[in-house]
Design a protein around this ligand. Structure first.
Ligand SMILES: *Cc1c(COP(=O)(O)O)cnc(C)c1O
Length: 348
């Protein structure tokens, strides 16, 4: 196990913070038949007249069971975006610290860095969309607090080589966040297995993609008990609303349906991939470990606009590094994918 002093990475104001203590932190047991006169709620039933559980115990217990981790290794956020923002606030001192990102990648890392006044060190992926390990490790300095690895990566759709990821976790002096928003579409194992081995590892997942719940906003952070305890001090008290907790729990108890949908999306991904590579103006389709396919076309702006006219919206990634003239196609239903193929065939 790596020698690592996490305490040195946490911002001083966060180390010393005294968290807000909500009514439901001070009296937790909602199962008893008590009269609740502590939170200034409206006493009349609306289904949601009571504040939600600030620790989302039921959702975490179910997730812990499904993922094989302990509930104390889980923090839930209002989407992964809130989780990522909490990480900036816990570890990165505005105007002093920096984070390392590997473009082309998910846009929120740099947006959140800007929002928190944190410098960004960018080290582009290589032409196989893999991390350049030695360049990344030599780009870090004593103010580098977080390295973001998105695997499978958005928008390139590949998972990173596991030996490279291990070298990065071992060689980086700060926190390594592996964003696994698309892990359920990958045949690679989740990095959750590394949580007990690497004290500086954080894994994030979400119910927005494979679980089909983008609308409820539920992001998940898995880390050591120590890191989770720090994040718990700074999260907004009632950040996961009751409706979200209820809906998430129902879904986490319907995993057969979730896996059937994932299988169907994976099958459709293969069909779509094999058909779009026959389209004359599509030059390359990249292998996908996610629920989308990145493809290089002759003229991304032209094809994007032509598809809009045919009623199909895809993502134009042409301005991203290494993604010149690339479009990103989310895998839809069988019918939607057929519509896309028909439309592409009609373009010239
Ligand atoms: C879609 C996506 C997310 C999900 O964000 P939520 O806020 O949980 O909806 C996270 N990371 C990446 C790379 C994504 O593409």
């Amino acid at each position: 196990m790596k020698e690592f002093n996490l305490n040195n990475l946490i911002r001083d104001n966060i180390k010393n913070i005294k968290p807000y203590s909500s009514a439901r932190d001070e009296y937790k047991d909602m199962s008893l038949d008590m009269v609740f006169m502590d939170a200034n709620e409206n006493p009349f039933q609306t289904d949601v007249n009571r504040y939600p559980d600030p620790q989302q115990t039921k959702v975490k217990e179910r997730l812990a069971e499904v993922k094989g981790v302990s509930t104390s290794q889980i923090l839930l956020g209002n989407g992964s975006d809130e989780v990522l923002d909490l990480l900036f606030r816990a570890f990165c001192e505005p105007k002093d610290d920096n984070v390392i990102i590997l473009p082309p990648t998910y846009g929120m890392y740099s947006v959140l860095a800007d929002l928190n006044a944190i410098d960004i060190i960018s080290v582009e992926l290589d032409t196989n969309f893999e991390p350049k390990v030695s360049e990344i490790l030599s780009a870090q300095n004593s103010n580098s607090k977080i390295l973001f690895l998105c695997s499978p990566n958005n928008p390139t759709a590949n998972s990173f080589n596991r030996n490279k990821v291990v070298e990065l976790i071992n060689g980086f002096n700060g926190i390594v966040v592996i964003d696994e928003a698309y892990i359920d579409f990958s045949n690679q194992e989740s990095w959750l297995i590394g949580l007990n081995e690497f004290p500086n590892l954080i894994v994030t997942q979400t119910l927005s993609k494979a679980y089909g719940l983008a609308g409820i906003r539920l992001g998940i952070c898995y880390a050591s008990e120590f890191i989770i305890s720090i994040l718990n001090k700074i999260k907004p008290p009632y950040n996961i609303n009751q409706l979200t907790q209820d809906k998430a729990l129902i879904r986490l108890n319907s995993l057969n349906e979730v896996s059937q949908q994932i299988s169907s999306i994976l099958k459709e991904r293969e069909v779509l991939g094999s058909k779009i590579c026959n389209i004359s103006f599509i030059e390359t389709t990249y292998p996908s470990d996610a629920n989308f396919i990145l493809a290089k076309v002759d003229n991304a702006n032209l094809r994007y606009n032509q598809l809009i006219k045919k009623g199909i919206v895809v993502r134009n990634r042409t301005t991203q590094p290494l993604c010149g003239n690339c479009l990103r196609f989310t895998v839809g239903t069988k019918g939607e994918n057929e519509k896309l193929i028909m439309a592409l065939k009609e373009l010239n």
